[in-house]
Design a protein around this ligand. Structure first.
Ligand SMILES: [Zn+2]
Length: 480
């Protein structure tokens, strides 16, 4: 029997989502309300310009506008078409099954503020929690603030475009579409009253930022249109108040098939509020995909001060300072924090926990393309002692329900490299899964400068891998 191929790791969000979250983060920051506050209504009424620390997020938001500005549905169709035209589809007329992973970027600027007694809330205030509301008397100030932010995003996009080599073909250099998209988002914020509710009363007690709720809604709609070929993953950040409620609702109704974690945003796999999430994964028999490469979209804090929590061996919540292992230089760049949070070894405590021995976990990206290249000795690169690909292989050998995916592997002859690796480590043949990381791969122009062809190129690049990596392994991981 023919089996559908599976893309176990892709994303269908767009620049608008990212700008919605940026706008909410920024407006809250200038009002002293980030990431949340007991007293939601207390706003400060003085104009403060854009906090410089938000520059890094602005950069990231801007980069999304150079991918596809399209809706989740359009991104889904784009992927199906690319697959049909690719060499992977030879003699294989079934549609591609895809697992779009949601993304939660709202806490990217949090450095443990959520632990602050005056800001920290374990339970939401009595009044229902809706995305930030712009009151009548705030409108004017909000408008000028939002315009400022829009200008900033546009100027970063222009800056990016001026590196002519980096400019993909077919981009709207006049930026008309982008401007329109940014204006649309600003309007959404200004017209709070028209915002429609999603879900039941219960999830109104969940902290729903505007970008997150729209993304959730879009994926839900997409799932109902393509129930057989779409298995989305719900993004969890343990700092989002009430997120376990919302997750359970979305697992119960069958909309979601897994959970996406992104530790580089600033939390460890041993964060106390992730344990209820792991319990839900077992209850509904769904897996977890966790970002596991030293790159990606990570916490913006460069300074040393950052706090988080973890559950200790005795099951107690512990507040800890983020202090990376020897050899890391935290003051240098935020990237070091990404390494601290995303290290594969952070999962050992969960993997060793007998309660979770049946939990299926995917440490995504196989440690990242760079680590992988060093591990296999591509271009005579030498693997460092603590190579992440090596760590993941070691963990997979030891733990039966651990997987990894090959998303965002663009360089070299990946099919040949993987086939060789499986000769050395035969247990990998059941645990490696194909993935694209579409739309993120569109940010990389090594594939082709024609955006329409980039994904086809990516599929073709994997020709020569054996079937289990395209289908059986992912279906087992999904519990199908
Ligand atoms: Zn990804």
């Amino acid at each position: 029997m023919k089996k559908n191929f599976v893309d176990i790791h892709c994303h269908y969000f767009n620049g608008k989502f990212a700008f919605r979250e940026l706008l909410e983060i920024s407006w809250r920051k200038v009002n002293g309300n980030y990431p949340y506050n007991r007293d939601e209504k207390k706003m400060r009424f003085e104009f403060i310009s854009l906090p410089s620390e938000l520059k890094a997020i602005t950069e990231y938001v801007a980069s999304f506008f150079s991918t596809l500005g399209a809706s989740a549905e359009a991104n889904y169709q784009h992927e199906q078409n690319a697959f049909k035209q690719s060499k992977l589809n030879k003699n294989h007329s079934l549609p591609l099954i895809t697992s779009p992973l949601m993304m939660d970027i709202y806490f990217v600027a949090d450095k443990g503020d959520y632990l602050d007694k005056t800001k920290g809330i374990n339970e939401l205030p009595d009044h229902q929690y809706t995305p930030i509301e712009i009151a009548q008397d705030e409108q004017e100030m909000f408008s000028s603030f939002a315009k400022e932010l829009k200008k900033e995003v546009l100027s970063v996009i222009r800056e990016k475009q001026s590196y002519s080599k980096m400019q993909p073909e077919g981009i709207d250099t006049g930026l008309h579409d982008t401007e329109q998209a940014l204006d649309d988002v600003i309007m959404e914020f200004e017209q709070t009253a028209k915002e429609e509710r999603i879900g039941s009363n219960e999830n109104e007690r969940v902290q729903l930022t505007r970008g997150f709720r729209k993304q959730l809604k879009e994926i839900n709609e997409l799932k109902s249109k393509h129930p057989e070929t779409l298995f989305p993953f719900f993004a969890v950040d343990p700092r989002r108040v009430g997120v376990a409620h919302l997750l359970e609702e979305n697992l119960k109704n069958g909309a979601f098939a897994g959970v996406k974690l992104y530790p580089p945003q600033g939390y460890l796999p041993t964060h106390p509020d992730l344990y209820p999430i792991y319990d839900l994964c077992l209850k509904y028999n769904v897996p977890i995909t966790a970002h596991c490469s030293p790159g990606g979209f990570h916490t913006i804090h460069k300074e040393k001060e950052m706090k988080t929590e973890r559950l200790d061996k005795h099951g107690h919540r512990k507040t800890i300072e983020v202090i990376p292992a020897q050899g890391y230089n935290l003051s240098k760049c935020a990237h070091e924090k990404c390494i601290y949070f995303a290290d594969p070894d952070n999962w050992i405590q969960i993997l060793e926990d007998k309660r979770y021995k049946n939990l299926r976990i995917n440490l995504a990206h196989f440690g990242g393309e760079e680590q992988f290249a060093k591990y296999i000795g591509r271009d005579k690169q030498k693997a460092e002692k603590e190579n992440w690909t090596a760590k993941i292989i070691k963990l997979i050998k030891k733990y039966d329900n651990l997987y990894t995916d090959l998303s965002f592997h663009i360089d070299g002859d990946v099919a040949e490299d993987i086939n060789n690796l499986m000769l050395q480590h035969s247990f990998l043949k059941d645990r490696l899964m194909f993935g694209t990381d579409f739309i993120m791969i569109l940010l990389n122009y090594k594939l082709t400068r024609e955006k329409d062809k980039a994904l086809i190129d990516y599929f073709n690049h994997f020709e020569g891998l054996s079937e289990p990596l395209f289908s059986t392994n992912a279906l087992r991981f999904l519990g199908k």
